[in-house]
Design a protein around this ligand. Structure first.
Ligand code: OGA
Ligand code: MN
Length: 284
């Protein structure tokens, strides 16, 4: 039987009693979707999924993004996050994969740099380290709800510029190739997203570079102040991975980040599928 148990006082829930060896029934799926709309992060326990099973389950929530140029898994529907090289050995810290993993340690929303940003992501734990390597989430709905009224008023209708190259070049200017830069030019995103009966959320993260209509310094100061507010630990759920956990999160309602582990000694291998958004965050 499907059971849903909250993992945090504000958001995130654990789902047990689902067996992805079989395609879920319509009834099960609608219960999962209702829980997802409410909790925004769902942890499915004991899902030893194959790539194909993960893709099939992800597709229950919408069509999938193809992995962009320059990322392991490019051209497919999977993104592989791992510190293991092609020869099976752990990569040295200069390795591109390791640098990308470092970039993931900044709070972000997947694909916020795309004209239609990702709706959700699904991540499965294939190999996890003995300690560390948690994935952490912020409820940006709870953050928005807790903002002072004057900030809510100031943010209404505000647009931010999200730029893949901006976030990545803070890690290492060499990390963004000319090909990637051309593939993902800066985009405009609403700073506040509306989730109907579930309230509103702030839409920020590592790709959020500037605020439209503000000079760089002023916009940066606003983004930094909002992020300082959002990262208060009362809004954060830190997920300690268990083998065969599968997590689905709503990129429009939460930010997430990876956390460090002994990446020189311990292997970690995660596989992500990304569910494409339904439309732009701004009205045309
Ligand atoms: C991701 C991501 C964090 C992690 O898959 O999009 O940011 O802990 N992962 O691996
Ligand atoms: Mn991510």
């Amino acid at each position: 039987m499907l059971e849903i148990t909250p993992l945090h006082s504000l958001f995130a829930a654990e789902v047990t009693g689902l067996d992805l060896d079989h395609v879920p029934t319509e009834e099960t799926l609608s219960a999962v979707k209702a829980a997802f709309a409410q909790y925004t992060v769902l942890v499915f326990r004991d899902q030893d999924v194959t790539d194909d099973q993960q893709i099939a389950f992800s597709e229950c929530f919408g069509s999938l993004e193809s992995t962009k140029v320059g990322t392991p898994g490019a051209g497919s529907k999977m993104i592989v996050l791992s510190n293991i090289g092609p020869d099976g050995a752990i990569e040295p810290p200069t390795g591109r994969q390791v640098l990308n993993n470092k970039a993931n340690q900044h709070w972000h929303a997947d694909s916020s740099f795309k004209p239609v940003p990702a709706k959700a992501s699904m991540l499965s734990a294939r190999i996890i380290p003995l300690s560390g390597g948690n994935t952490e989430y912020i409820s940006m709905r709870a953050v928005y709800a807790a903002l002072p009224e004057e900030d809510k008023a100031r943010l209404a209708g505000k647009v931010a510029i999200h730029d893949y190259a901006y976030g990545r070049s803070k890690i290492d200017p060499e990390l963004v190739t000319a090909e990637e830069r051309a593939a993902v030019p800066p985009v405009r995103q609403s700073m506040v997203l509306d989730h109907g009966i579930h309230g509103k959320s702030l839409y920020l993260g590592a790709h959020c570079a500037r605020v439209e209509g503000m000079d760089d310094k002023e916009g940066r100061a606003l983004i930094d102040r909002l992020m300082a507010f959002a990262t208060n630990k009362r809004f954060v759920y830190s997920h300690v991975w268990r083998p065969h956990d599968l997590i689905l999160w709503d990129n429009l309602s939460v930010l997430h980040r990876a956390t460090p582990f002994a990446s020189m000694e311990e292997p970690r291998r995660m596989v992500r599928t990304t569910i494409a958004g339904d439309g732009p965050t701004l009205a045309a």
